[in-house]
Design a protein around this ligand. Structure first.
Ligand code: ATP
Ligand code: MG
Length: 344
């Protein structure tokens, strides 16, 4: 390429970088910011010249900022990337101290002997708001359906069951031979009522309000044992954080979908729902011994996507992987913010 051509090419590249809607930030291998384009300035509220030469941790909120230098060091040492070339939803930190959700794609650039990292960021606050509104509406719809099932159909079925029992008693008193049939009808109606109640609880887990996440998951495990005949257990390690209701509902729905998938797709015999709390991390795992997870290319379902969305709202990472030689493990990893900031 001739010198003039090279100059024109560089000017064109500059014009593109300065006008794209995505933020572009380059850092060196110590995590020091080298450049920010105008979109990145807008997104984070910083002037590029004020941040040049300072750590990229100025753009990452607590507690992730503290881990970031370690991530780069580990990548440089082991070559194992958690984000480079993958792309992820993370939280960004603005100059005014507020945080926001963003899509981040990181790539590595080698210029001579130097290694630079380029981050492309997109503020997804609006998209998340719309997603949240949809999730809220569908949650309200489930709640309404659950209540309708419980209060409407449930009450009518209860009435008919009582009638059948009264009929059976009367027939038994009269020594009527049809009393055995009436007893069977009453028994079957009782079973239908139990199943329906469990479905209503699945639509809206009232236990979540009464006894918190652990109580609701205990009920979920019981439902799976009784309704589907699988050995479903809840295992709790460590003192559970006091989750706020929206966060508890997201965690419950993730476990519910994972357990449901284990029965429906994995034909699992055993399911273990595990909650683990350590000083800085909360883990929710749902492990089954079924057929194993093999994602379908055609006609993908919505369950895992919604699980990922819910994990994203919490600021947690979610993975779905084969577990051991058989089965599937869904794992949600939530770095816990300092006490008192645990909302959804
Ligand atoms: N525990 C599991 N065992 C085996 N396969 C699984 C398991 N969980 C998910 N899968 C596979 O991953 C696919 C996607 O799951 P996902 O929950 O996203 O959708 P779905 O269950 O097919 O439909 P939806 O959840 O929308 O009703 C499933 O169709 C199934 O092939
Ligand atoms: Mg599913």
């Amino acid at each position: 390429m001739k010198r003039d051509e090279r100059k024109e090419w560089a000017a064109r590249l500059d014009a593109i970088i300065n006008t794209v809607v995505d933020g572009i930030i380059t850092i060196d291998e110590r995590g020091i910011i080298e450049s920010m384009n105008p979109a990145a300035e807008r997104i984070f509220g910083w002037r590029a010249r004020d941040l040049a030469g300072r750590s990229v941790n100025n753009l990452i909120p607590h507690p992730w900022a503290e881990h970031h230098d370690g991530y780069i060091r580990r990548y440089l040492k082991t070559g194992k990337a958690h984000i480079i070339g993958i792309g992820r939803e993370v939280r960004g930190l603005r100059k005014d101290g507020t945080t926001f959700p963003m899509d981040l794609a990181v790539s590595e650039v080698r210029i001579g002997a130097r290694r630079l990292f380029t981050g492309i960021v997109r503020d997804i606050t609006e998209r998340k708001r719309a997603d949240e509104a949809i999730a809220r509406v569908s949650e309200e719809e489930r709640r309404r359906l659950g209540q309708e099932l419980h209060d409407g159909l449930g009450q009518q079925l209860t009435g008919v069951t009582l009638l059948a029992k009264a009929l059976q008693s009367r027939l038994a008193r009269d020594g009527h031979p049809a009393q055995a049939d009436a007893a069977e009808v009453a028994m079957l109606l009782g079973r239908v009522l139990d199943d329906m109640r469990r479905h209503a609880h699945g639509l809206y887990p009232v236990e979540l309000e009464r006894g918190g996440l652990a109580a609701a998951l205990e009920e979920l495990a019981l439902t799976h044992r009784q309704l589907y005949g699988v050995d479903c257990r809840l295992d709790i390690c460590g003192a559970m954080p006091a989750f706020e209701k929206p966060a508890a509902l997201h965690l419950y729905r993730i476990a519910q979908e994972a357990a449901h998938n284990a029965v429906r797709h994995g034909a699992a015999k055993h399911i273990c729902i595990r909650l683990t709390r350590s000083a800085s991390l909360f883990l929710l795992e749902v492990e089954d011994d079924g057929r194993g997870y093999r994602p379908r290319k055609s006609n993908p379902g919505m369950g895992i996507q919604i699980m990922r969305y819910r994990a994203g709202v919490l600021g947690a990472a979610l993975s779905v992987r084969p577990s051991g030689r058989r089965g599937t493990r869904v794992r949600l990893e939530w770095p816990l913010p300092p006490a008192g900031r645990r909302s959804s």
